[in-house]
Design a protein around this ligand. Structure first.
Ligand code: AMP
Length: 170
């Protein structure tokens, strides 16, 4: 299936110069959505994860059904102030300023094998920060999966030496 044909491109969103990859057109296509989750499951099963960590908010959309398909749990990484119980936090640099991500301290048991899932890897800032957050929990990151990779931005360099699956590259 040609996934690129289902991903809409919106120029100058959310700001001038950004070519936004809109996955809502993929999500609304029944065959496209099923194919995406099935393909991610096929490519990631060999990492033998026992938990998926997905980043707010589009990481939830792909991460939760992938966890269901693999028969494992799902743990959300969220923006500050959204998670109700005690959290680990990580700050990371943006183009201008910093941002922060949080995960529940008790969400992951030591020894967990984590698969990180998001819709897209661009600069890798979000994924790199999430990898450091997972490190704080004492769990092992065994792989990362993204539907889309923007290759020119070389986000992979922000990630530790683990297998990285991407379904569509630009
Ligand atoms: P980054 O931290 O630079 O790798 O950016 C990753 C996050 O920003 C992902 O969660 C994406 O949802 C979003 N993102 C970055 N660039 C784009 C883009 N061109 N189109 C759609 N989403 C993007």
């Amino acid at each position: 299936m040609d996934l690129k044909a289902l991903i809409r491109e919106i120029p100058d969103f959310p700001k001038p110069g950004i070519l936004f990859k809109d996955i809502t057109t993929l999500l609304q296509n029944a065959e496209g959505l099923r194919y995406t989750i099935d393909l991610l499951a096929e490519k990631c099963a060999e990492f033998a994860p026992n938990c998926i960590v997905g980043m707010e908010s589009r990481g939830f959309i792909f991460g939760a059904p992938l966890a269901y398909k693999l028969g494992i749990g799902f743990v959300p990484v969220r923006k500050p102030g959204k998670l109700p119980s005690a959290v680990h936090s990580i700050e990371y640099d943006l183009e201008y300023g910093t941002d922060c991500l949080e995960i529940h301290k008790d969400a992951l048991q030591g020894g967990c094998r984590i698969l990180m899932v998001d819709d897209l890897i661009a600069t890798g800032g979000t994924a790199g920060a999430t990898a450091r957050l997972i490190q704080k929990t004492g769990c092992e990151l065994v792989g990362c999966a993204f539907v889309i990779e923007l290759k020119d931005l070389n986000g992979r360099r922000q990630l530790p030496d683990v297998p990285i699956v991407t379904l569509v590259q630009y």
